[in-house]
Design a protein around this ligand. Structure first.
Ligand SMILES: CC(C)(COP(=O)(O)OP(=O)(O)OC[C@H]1O[C@@H](n2cnc3c(N)ncnc32)[C@H](O)[C@@H]1OP(=O)(O)O)[C@@H](O)C(=O)NCCC(=O)NCCS
Length: 355
């Protein structure tokens, strides 16, 4: 059998690895207030480096951090979703017995107390540490529970029916949060191969327009990625900029590098990339903005983006300079900032194309 260089590999490992006793003791001491979070993290870091080496020595091509930073591999994810609260005292109690005696175990319980959202990429920092410490050709891997596990733990009794009188809306929000977790990551949490694949895709789609400066504009924020069988077929990102409008510098989520591979257009990938980025904009910014290619203007318009009807300028080192060539191609996504679409809109300065 040929050796595979890309996942899925022929042999893989699933599940948490046994936490070493130093780590369990450190967790206990942290809970008791005897050590601080930095000390606990340093102990986790050491234990994870050891377990990376263990997996390397065992010859498996994927590597996990053993879920050493989590108390419970799945509940720690579930509690990190917006709208879900940990509850005490309403749990199921289970009694285990082995040769050393009996052990009472109460699995943690939860309540869906507000609408479910993804407020940040869960476990992103943990993944970045694993990626940066993986050895040789190890592929870093992260486990997350399926959406059904949120329902399975407590059933409908764990869902506040004032928040979700109708279960369909609960599933829609829960699945949207998982899709966002799977599709989006900050530039700082992407590995080099993924960034290289994104650059290559944008080079293919935009040709000479994809200069180093244009690529740079797409970095430093949240990327949405569409994969198919290990190949990157779509990319978009949102970065923070300031747009001056009606006397204020608006916190703006600016969309860059939207592209779907030519042979995969019209299959819904563009919409699936924009959806989580628009959720980021709605949650984190006062307005969304982008410079649309003529051919893509309607793609944004049907999603609720509004064409700017007024004048556009840039705040350059030499002062405010009109950018009349761009006037018709700027689109905004209204969120909370008052907008006069026929007024003036001025972007902050950057190298290359300012809009
Ligand atoms: C624009 C682009 C990202 C759209 O991606 P896509 O995967 O083909 O889009 P989807 O299949 O998700 O289409 C979503 C909806 O938008 C519509 N749509 C897609 N592209 C459109 C376009 N160029 N103009 C008008 N409508 C468009 C689709 O018909 C679909 O509508 P529906 O839900 O009613 O069927 C893709 O065509 C692309 O990469 N183009 C080249 C690069 C580019 O222009 N990028 C934008 C730079 S600003």
């Amino acid at each position: 059998m040929a050796v595979r260089d890309t996942p899925p590999f022929r042999a893989d490992h699933v599940g948490s690895l046994l936490r070493p006793s130093e780590l369990l003791q450190a967790r206990g001491r942290f809970k008791a207030g005897e050590i601080d979070a930095d000390t606990l993290r340093a102990i986790e870091d050491d234990a994870i480096r050891d377990v990376i080496q263990l997996q390397h020595d065992a010859g498996v091509r994927t590597v996990t951090d053993g879920e050493f930073r989590r108390g419970s591999w799945h509940m720690d994810f579930i509690y990190s979703l917006g709208g879900i609260r940990q509850v005490d005292g309403e749990s199921i109690h289970v009694r285990f017995r082995n040769e050393e005696g009996e052990l009472d175990y109460a699995p943690p319980a939860m309540l869906v107390a507000e609408k479910i959202t993804l407020t940040r990429t869960v476990f992103a920092e943990a993944f970045a540490f694993l990626r940066d410490n993986a050895l040789g050709d190890q592929t870093p891997k992260l486990t997350i529970p399926s959406p059904s596990m949120v329902h399975y733990r407590g059933g409908t009794s764990a869902i506040d029916r004032d928040v979700y009188p109708e279960l369909g809306a609960f599933w829609d929000d829960l699945i949207a949060a998982h899709v966002a977790e799977l599709r989006t990551a900050h530039t700082g949490h992407l590995d080099r191969a993924t960034l290289a694949a994104a650059r290559e895709l944008l080079d293919d789609v935009f040709g000479d327009e994809m200069t180093d400066e244009a690529w740079e504009h797409a970095l430093g924020g949240i990327h949405a990625l569409a994969w198919d069988r290990g190949e990157l077929i779509g990319h978009a990102s949102v970065v923070q900029r300031r747009l001056l409008h009606l006397g204020r510098a608006l916190r703006t989520g600016y969309v860059e590098g939207v592209a779907v591979r030519a042979d995969r257009r019209g299959e819904g990938h563009g919409a699936a990339l924009m959806e989580p980025l628009e959720a980021v904009i709605r949650g984190g910014y006062e307005v969304g903005a982008l410079g649309a290619a003529d051919a893509a203007a309607d793609f944004y318009a049907v999603r609720g983006w509004k064409q700017w009807r007024g004048t556009t300028s840039a705040l350059t080192p030499a002062g405010i300079v009109r950018t009349e060539d761009e006037d018709a191609s700027i689109y905004v996504l209204p969120i909370s900032a008052p907008l006069d679409l026929r007024g003036e809109l001025t972007c902050d300065w950057r190298d290359g194309e300012v809009w």
